[in-house]
Write a protein that binds this ligand. Structure first.
Ligand code: FES
Length: 108
């Protein structure tokens, strides 16, 4: 089982029996709105998430993520939710300021 905890959405917890699923798919399947301007194709960065813990439980960076990192559009603590998969254990994330929706209420 894998778990994603979203700190600034009230510590909302998502669990899945299936590993190697993209983070954004698990988030969307649980009814949570998450930005994805390019349709989850790794072309925008609006889906980025800040990793607070469990980075080692995510899949290796994809070529799309590496490209954005070279361009400084992805910080060392950030991953694209449409690219990263949870391979095992738990990951704690936050929605970055630039990827927040105006219609959602975020917590600390
Ligand atoms: S949705 Fe565009 S990069 Fe992930």
């Amino acid at each position: 089982m894998v778990r994603i905890r979203i700190q600034n959405l009230g510590n909302r917890s998502i669990e899945s029996e299936t590993t190697e699923r993209k983070v954004i798919e698990l988030i969307h399947e649980n009814g949570i709105d998450w930005m994805h301007a390019c349709g989850k194709k790794g072309r925008c960065t609006t889906c980025k998430m800040r990793i607070l813990a469990g980075q080692e439980n995510l899949s290796p960076e994809t070529p799309e993520e590496l490209q954005f990192r070279i361009l400084n559009r992805l910080l060392p603590t950030e991953r694209l939710a449409c690219q990263a998969q949870v391979l095992q254990g738990e990951v704690t994330i936050r929605v970055p300021e630039t990827s927040k929706f105006s219609h959602l209420t975020y917590t600390e």
